[in-house]
Design a protein around this ligand. Sequence first.
Ligand SMILES: N[C@@H](CCC(=O)N[C@@H](CS)C(=O)NCC(=O)O)C(=O)O
Length: 223
Amino acid sequence: MKDSQLTVTAYDWVPGFAQGHVRDLRVRWALEEAGFPYDVEVMAQGTQKKPAHLKRQPFGQIPTLEIDGQTMFESGAILWRIAEASAALLPDDAAARDRVLSWVFCALNTLEPPVGMLATLELFVSDKDAAARLRPEIAAAVTGVLERLVVALGDKPHIVGHFTVADIVLTTVLRDVPDDLLADLPSLRAYVDRHTARPAFQTALAGQMTLFAENAAKYERAG
Ligand SMILES: N[C@@H](CCC(=O)N[C@@H](CS)C(=O)NCC(=O)O)C(=O)O
């Protein structure tokens, strides 16, 4: 994969609340950690729902990763594909790899759904009274899974042995948890800070944010 032609899709701009949180970040971060060179295909807002993109991503979303002309979608699948090609992201030991795979699925299937539900409630539900009424219940569901994660992580720096792809997925999900819910869980706050301090994360984040800064004027003009 190191010598493959790799192209990740990214938006040219998103609203402020989503900046630094769009899922091409995960892919860029994994590629940076692996040391695999890649191009970025910058997509103007709206083009994600056009037939050309729907052919490669059936739901009109990003990210996709093109690998030597073959396109993959779903950030979890893409990250696993990258990890399988990089010793920087997966341990050699088969049992440890299985634990990493379990944690990747856990991040996407157990943690991300309630975190995403909370974000939907806070950002997209137009009935603000209904959102405020429902928030405590959804927040409790998020806290419930986070408290189990605290126990599983214990005082380890990474979720399985050394740094792996599971830490990338977990960190990107935890970054979407509102501050008030992480405030009482210092080990998770420290976990996020430890991983987002990595140079590969910082490079990936800068790559995403630079595009938004470059294209902001175009969208602000459009109102
Ligand atoms: N499960 C998908 C979710 C992808 C997703 O939700 N992508 C968002 C950006 S983070 C998107 O492109 N949404 C459609 C849009 O903004 O029009 C994945 O992990 O790849």
